[in-house]
Design a protein around this ligand. Structure first.
Ligand code: GLC
Length: 722
């Protein structure tokens, strides 16, 4: 359908039909749904009548070719003008084949594998009839108390931006011509990852300078990569809820960034303008959200019940409604839905490709690249001749998919026990839970201690239940639950080597785990193939290479803590620092337990010969930075080499370090390789106090190393000609 035809269609639409396009309802509201459940209540609460449903524009949460085809079929019969439904769902890290949670994926620093994971998710979801995924979630966060850090890619704006682009490429590809792709909806706009106290939905308040410098880049990157939609955030930003925030949505998103795609509210966020205290009722909420540029209202009915009234009262212009409707129709056109309302939905193909060996292998590979080795006192990798005592609530748990694991299911999930069984015979593998996640019994403990006696080595599988992170999964105490720490301490008393493996959705306070373990592995939620990937790491089939993308705090008292922090006027580590009157705690260190970019290998790498192509660049030249990396150990491995810059003097304060580039190299034992990064003037730009984005002449330090906390250092100058 051409734009001209869309305009003609728009002209034929009644006001009710136009408003209907702005409404998104969950699957049970639709006649073709398999499980309609009890909907009269919610429908009455929303003051939505059964006869309104055929005008609805999109469906939330449907999936499965059979269901989506049924819903669309009934809809196309009932919708007067034959306008097809859009099907949107939260395919965040896999559809049926579940990949590691995005925080885990980011620790792979592997953009190709990240893109592949999104492409596979899109392929599975599109055959199930999904048209749009509410992903990637790119909310930068420095808040491990916040449950949704698992859903994003860490604390660095540059790394977040590169992953945002990779995910959008994977989901969308050639969207208009390839029905195995889905439209990407980047979320949550904006700065949802900075809630006060790390408590979900809580107040976000920051300078526009901080917002633009750290929190906005990844959204912009996703849109520059072509993301078709944006979802608003629940939080306020500088006093105004994002969903009614015209300076943010119309000002930055639509006017400054020239985004003319579909903007959808988060679940109920339009109506939440009322409890936020900026709207007296649903009518004012509808007016605010529409004026702010929100096209689709998700799962509340302020638009349904008040847009027409507001237009008749001339509080809103019909032209604004027409613009919103046209954006939605154009997205349907881009997806080819007018020509084929069923797009990629195909039940037979769905059954063939979901969880295929190819997809499982990809999930296993990415999980193996996402698992971080934090400590290893010479007990890893394990040997198949050893007796293994697998102890802990995650020993045989299938709760390793993480929150938002869409169609992932227990029966498809490879547990740690199942994975280990691929490496050791049953007579060498002894398992016991030892405790539940947050409770335990003496019987459980005694059984575990008795089982552990059979092992030459203990693998303690501990962590958080997946509902202890994710949306509304916030914790003030970011240690693993007390009963599991008690179990670990009892195991430690047995005097056997202990490898602790963690399954969790956030950076944790791991001090007690470290004190009672000879090796510590951060597995996050590794997904459907998690047990296999972890076993590949434990037995050395994969030499771990993953590196943290969020700082692991020494304690929750340090939070927010991040590597790209500022020096302050009284840095504790200054050469002339006083004893007391410096920026420090009296009771804990300033540094995190593990810094951004940290991760161990079974081998070790040496960095040498950092050389710069020149000591000064201008806006037209390139600074080539070359470093030699050597595998000084006995095992082949991969190293994520990181390049950071420090701007020594800015018009505003400048971070101690900023990640500017990275690469992953493979080295045989004894092998050396030269790695070269090219640094350009545009990578030195930043937001000045007046928000102008530019670089300044001056001196810079440049670091190349294995993490944000260590590396070789050189200096260079920027001297622009213009
Ligand atoms: C939830 C989440 C959002 C998700 C939406 C639809 O509340 O905040 O990320 O996409 O609702 O499920």
């Amino acid at each position: 359908m051409t734009d001209k035809q869309l305009n003609n269609l728009l002209k034929q639409m009644t006001m009710e039909e136009k408003v209907g396009q702005l409404v998104q309802l969950a699957t049970p509201f639709f006649k073709g749904a398999t499980d309609r459940g009890e909907i009269t209540g919610p429908m009455e609460n929303m003051n939505i009548k059964e006869e309104d449903i055929p005008n609805t524009g999109s469906v939330l949460g449907a999936s499965g070719a059979k269901e989506t085809i049924n819903i669309q079929k009934v809809h196309m019969e009932d919708n007067r003008l034959g306008i097809p439904l859009l099907f949107m769902s939260d395919i965040i890290h896999g559809f049926k084949t579940i990949f590691p949670v995005p925080l885990g994926i980011s620790c792979s620093w592997d953009l190709e594998l990240a893109e592949q994971s999104a492409a596979i998710a899109a392929k599975e979801a599109s055959t199930a009839g999904v048209h749009v995924t509410f992903a990637p979630m790119v909310d930068l966060s420095r808040e491990p108390r916040w449950g949704r850090v698992m859903e994003a890619t860490g604390e660095d704006p540059f790394l977040n931006s590169t992953f945002a682009r990779a995910f959008v490429r994977g989901y969308q590809g050639d969207l208009e011509h390839d029905t195995s792709k889905v439209a990407s909806c980047v979320k949550h706009f904006a700065a949802y990852g900075a809630p006060e106290g790390g408590r979900d939905y809580n107040t976000v308040d920051m300078s526009e300078w901080m917002l633009r410098e750290h929190y906005l880049p990844a959204y912009k990157a996703a849109l520059d990569e072509g993301a078709q939609m944006v979802m608003t955030a629940f939080n306020i930003l500088n006093g105004v809820p994002s969903t009614g925030n015209a300076p943010l949505l119309r000002g930055i998103l639509r006017e400054e960034w020239d985004f003319n795609g579909v903007l959808i509210s988060d679940w109920g966020a339009v109506k939440e303008l009322i409890p936020h205290g900026v709207a007296e009722g649903a009518k004012q909420a509808a007016e605010q959200a529409m004026n702010a540029g929100v096209d689709i209202e998700m799962m509340t009915s302020c638009y349904t019940n008040h847009i027409q009234e507001l237009i008749h009262e001339e509080a809103l212009e019909e032209a604004m409604l027409d613009e919103a409707v046209m954006r939605i129709l154009q997205l349907k056109q881009k997806l080819g839905l007018f020509e084929n309302p069923y797009r990629g939905a195909n039940e037979e193909e769905e059954n063939q490709i979901v969880l295929s060996k190819e997809h499982r292998d990809a999930a296993r590979k990415l999980a193996g690249q996402s698992i971080v080795l934090l400590k290893n006192e010479h007990i890893l990798p394990l040997e198949a001749t050893q007796n293994i005592a697998l102890i802990g609530p995650f020993a045989q748990s299938t709760d390793i998919l993480g929150p938002w694991s869409w169609g992932g299911s227990s029966e498809d999930t490879i547990t740690v026990h199942a994975g280990l069984s691929q490496y050791v015979s049953q007579d060498k593998l002894f398992a016991a839970k030892g405790s539940d996640i947050e409770t335990s019994t003496e019987q459980q403990l005694q059984a575990a201690l008795s089982t552990a006696q059979n092992g030459d080595v203990i693998v303690a599988a501990l962590g958080e239940h997946s509902d202890m992170s994710g949306e509304a999964g916030c914790r003030a105490d970011i240690r693993i639950p007390e009963v599991q720490l008690d179990l670990l301490k009892k195991l430690k008393e047995l005097g056997k080597p202990i490898v602790t493996v963690l399954f969790n959705g956030r950076p944790l306070d791991l001090r007690e785990v470290l004190d009672n373990s000879d090796a510590v592995i951060e597995a996050w939620y590794p997904g459907t193939e998690g047990g296999n990937a972890l076993s590949d790491i434990l037995f050395g089939t994969i030499n771990p290479s993953a590196k943290l993308t969020m700082s692991m705090p020494y304690s929750v008292g340090q939070v927010p803590i991040y590597y790209n922090r500022f020096n302050t006027g009284r840095p504790k580590d200054a050469p002339d620092a006083q004893e007391r009157y410096v920026s420090q705690y009296l009771d804990i260190p300033n540094e995190p337990l593990f810094p951004f970019g940290y991760g161990l290998s079974y081998t070790h790498f040496e960095y040498s010969n950092l050389t710069l192509s020149n000591s000064q660049i201008d806006e037209d030249s390139i600074l080539s930075v070359t470093t030699t990396i050597t595998n000084a150990g006995q095992i082949a491995g991969e190293e994520i080499v990181q390049c950071y810059v420090r701007d020594l003097v800015g018009e505003v304060v400048r971070p101690l370090k900023e990640l500017k580039d990275f690469t992953k190299i493979h080295l045989q034992p004894g092998e050396s390789k030269n790695v070269t990064f090219d640094i350009r003037e545009e990578q030195l730009r930043y937001h000045h106090a007046n928000l102008e984005y530019k670089s300044d002449n001056g001196e810079f330090e440049l670091y190349v190393g294995p993490s944000s906390a260590e590396g070789l250092k050189e200096k260079f100058r920027l001297r622009k000609q213009r």
